[in-house]
Design a binder for this molecule. Structure first.
Ligand SMILES: Cc1cc2nc3c(=O)[nH]c(=O)nc-3n(C[C@H](O)[C@H](O)[C@H](O)COP(=O)(O)OP(=O)(O)OC[C@H]3O[C@@H](n4cnc5c(N)ncnc54)[C@H](O)[C@@H]3O)c2cc1C
Length: 378
């Protein structure tokens, strides 16, 4: 029992969710206070974070997300904490224009990358089908992210600073008492003035639990399929390939080829699994843009990419519920932008800018403010 006569465990910040968003925010907030992360599953990174394609591409998504990626890149290249190995590994990203894709608008960030054709293109990726691909741009700095190494480093850093991760601790009850949140999870009670909602696909449900309005958090399923390459074919140095309209992508993964139909099927938050039709579509699209003929699907999985109604994340305090902070809606860029999200979260919550420039923080706070949905309330 503490001085207030409560058996609750006290801390400065409660983070709900041990995916990449929650872990990055927890690591940053632990610079300023005691953090407890509450995770419903028995291991961290069980949902979207553990199912991603793990690519870092500067060109990905629109300009505010690109800004968050720019802020994040140095944390991957020269992490400010101990890591067990490099967090980025060279991969490269080939943006291909298929015969039915519109050309890139000149102001599109992808258009700045070198256009590859002829031998340059076949040297890079011998299996591309020349009848399907009419143009290609090569984003060489795109890299694979070692998610496990990043996650391990963030957890270690958090613990070193006295923070805690409680697994099998689903947040089920929340009450605001005397300027603090009292939260019950896994049979224990925790108290903190600030709660960070990093619940991924569950962020809307968590908001409702805390008395905040869900402005339309949408989990969208995305499928990944691992196929066996032809015998003797070394795929390990292939770049990742994505078409301009993102209706398919493929990349090497553990000596095999991972392919996705880039599906976006709305569904409730749950432990996502692949549908047969999406697996077949992935294989069909791979066989269309390459000369490969798929002999065997090794395995497949699906994860939920979660979006706010305007497809930008919400990062900031709820305008109607005191001490309730949104860190949700990371969509398809939640791994590569995680360090930047953590830095921005720390700045908004504690005022410590951690090297974030004023221009960047002004722009991002405005773009990601949860209050942007107030006008469409109720
Ligand atoms: C197939 C696929 C490919 C992708 N490719 C990329 C990529 O190449 N690059 C990239 O940057 N991003 C990619 N993404 C997106 C990226 O994976 C997500 O944006 C990111 O993982 C979101 O992290 P998160 O922490 O918000 O969510 P999650 O990892 O889902 O974490 C949320 C956590 O909250 C927990 N939780 C929910 N409710 C509660 C509760 N009540 N109590 C306690 N815990 C709770 C959940 O159990 C979960 O662990 C991809 C995603 C998919 C599915």
């Amino acid at each position: 029992m503490n001085a207030q006569g409560s058996t609750a465990t006290e801390c400065d910040f409660i983070v709900i969710g041990a995916g990449m968003a929650g872990l990055a925010a927890a690591e940053q907030l632990s610079l300023d206070g005691r953090v407890i992360v509450l995770e419903q599953e028995s291991s961290p990174a069980f949902h979207a974070t553990g199912r991603s394609a793990a690519l870092f591409a500067d060109s990905y998504a629109e300009r505010n997300i690109q800004c968050l990626s720019r802020i994040s890149r140095p944390c991957f290249e020269a992490p400010p904490f101990a890591v067990d190995g490099p967090l980025l590994h060279p991969r490269g990203l080939l943006h291909i224009r298929l015969w039915d894709n519109l050309p890139l608008p000149p102001d599109d960030k992808r258009a700045i990358y070198p256009r590859l054709d002829g031998k340059d293109l076949t040297d890079l990726l011998p299996v591309l089908n020349p009848e399907a691909v009419i143009e290609a741009f090569y984003e060489e700095p795109a890299a694979d992210i070692d998610i496990h190494a990043l996650q391990t480093a963030l957890i270690r850093e958090l613990r070193t600073r006295g923070g805690q991760i409680q697994l099998s601790a689903k947040v089920e009850v929340a009450r605001r008492i005397g300027g603090r949140w009292q939260v019950t999870a896994g049979g224990q009670t925790y108290q903190a003035p600030v709660v960070i909602n990093a619940g991924g696909a569950w962020a809307g449900q968590i908001a409702t639990l805390f008395g905040a309005r869900d402005p339309g958090v949408s989990p969208l399923r995305r499928t990944a399929v691992l196929v066996e390459p032809p015998a003797g074919m070394d795929v390990t140095r292939w770049p990742m390939v994505v078409n301009l309209e993102e209706t398919m992508f493929f990349k090497p993964e553990s000596g095999k080829v991972m392919v996705s139909p880039a599906d976006e099927t709305p569904c409730p938050p749950h432990d996502a699994y692949p549908e047969e039709l999406d697996v077949a579509t992935a294989v069909d699209r791979l066989e269309t843009v390459t000369t490969l003929s798929v002999r065997r699907v090794v395995t497949s999985w699906a994860g939920l990419r979660t979006f706010m109604p305007d497809r930008l994340p919400s990062i900031g305090f709820d305008s109607g519920v005191e001490g309730f902070f949104w860190l949700a809606g990371q969509g398809g860029s939640g791994i590569q932008t995680a360090p930047g999200q953590g830095i921005l979260t720390r700045y908004i919550v504690t005022g410590n800018a951690g090297g974030l420039s004023q221009a960047d923080r002004d722009m991002l706070i405005r773009a990601f403010s949860p209050a942007r949905f107030d006008a469409i309330a109720a």
